[in-house]
Design a protein around this ligand. Structure first.
Ligand code: NAP
Length: 268
């Protein structure tokens, strides 16, 4: 394991402070690492000053809404997936230099693999939303041979920007119905269903046999995931992705595999 960092933090906006402190602190205890994972509120205007202070104490951490792109812009070195997404969710320092990675991609990949297995190779993936987490979905899909993304976003210009970053793996379409054509996996990367039981698309519109992956997570899953499963679709909400991206961050920071069981137990 590397030398202990001065601090382990989640940089974000208060409403975005997720369940991460619970399961990261459980992983730290299980690994006997004497650090506490703390969420800190960082308004955008204070981000650069905060990063400079964290560099002085050789801090490590995660990044969440709304700072992922800005931290990427501040890094001296980006690992390939952070470069691909233009967003950083995991950082550390090497010789005083800020290094950024993106473990959201690995989190998406792990859950999609559970849902689709080998069928992800060559799969058509419907993607709803074109923000930061949608970029992580595309970066995961482009590593599956011959898989394609049909992308629908209510703001088509934002969808086109995301597609331009990734190239021909993404087709931007004009309606949800077009996006769903031939899908083996339907991914919700919008906040629809976060605060209420709204569905990003009606369950009756899902192609037969399509799996459902809702990046949103709530206590007892989202209503969309529950309804899709009741209708016979394989389905997962965002909790698995959240824990997996956190586990991958832990590996980057400490060079050891965390106790994923302890992380799960901390949430339930
Ligand atoms: P973001 O960058 O703000 O992007 C949000 C996207 O959702 C945009 O494309 C936006 O469309 C669209 N959108 C927002 N409200 C909508 C609505 N009412 N109807 C239709 N589309 C809507 O957010 P993000 O970082 O990608 O995160 C999206 C969601 O993913 C979050 O709410 C969170 O629940 C989830 N998430 C989960 C994990 C995890 O580990 N499980 C990680 C990251 C995010 P416009 O461009 O038209 O505004």
């Amino acid at each position: 394991m590397r030398k202990l960092p001065g601090r382990l933090v989640l940089l974000g906006h208060p409403v975005a402070h997720s369940l991460s402190p619970r399961f990261q602190n459980a992983a730290l205890r299980a690994a006997d690492i004497p650090l506490v994972y703390e969420a800190i509120d960082v308004p955008p205007q204070s981000l650069r000053r905060t990063l400079a202070e964290l560099a002085e104490i050789d801090a490590i951490g995660n990044v969440t809404i709304p700072h992922k792109e800005d931290v990427a812009a501040c890094c001296h070195r980006l690992l390939p997936l952070a470069q691909r997404c233009g967003a950083v969710n995991t950082f550390w320092h090497e010789d005083g230099q800020l290094v950024g990675d993106n473990t959201d991609v690995g989190g998406v990949d792990a859950i999609a693999t559970l849902l689709l297995g080998e069928a992800r190779h060559g799969a058509t993936v419907t993607l709803l939303g074109a923000g930061g987490s949608a970029a992580a979905v595309v970066a995961a899909v482009e590593r599956w041979g011959d898989a394609r993304v049909r992308l629908y976003n209510r703001n088509v210009d934002r969808a086109r920007l995301l597609a331009a970053r990734f190239g021909p793996v993404v087709d931007v379409v004009d309606s949800v119905e077009e996006a769903l054509e031939g899908a083996a996996l339907v991914v919700n990367a919008t906040p629809v269903g976060l605060k209420d039981d709204a569905f990003p698309v009606p369950v009756g519109a899902l192609p037969g046999g399509a799996a459902v992956f809702d990046l949103v997570y709530r206590a007892n899953e989202t209503a969309w995931v529950r309804a899709a499963r009741e209708a016979g679709h394989r389905a997962a909400d965002g909790e698995g992705m959240l824990v997996e991206q956190g586990a991958l961050s832990f590996e980057r920071w400490f060079g050891v595999v965390p106790d994923r069981g302890a992380m799960w137990r901390a949430l339930h």
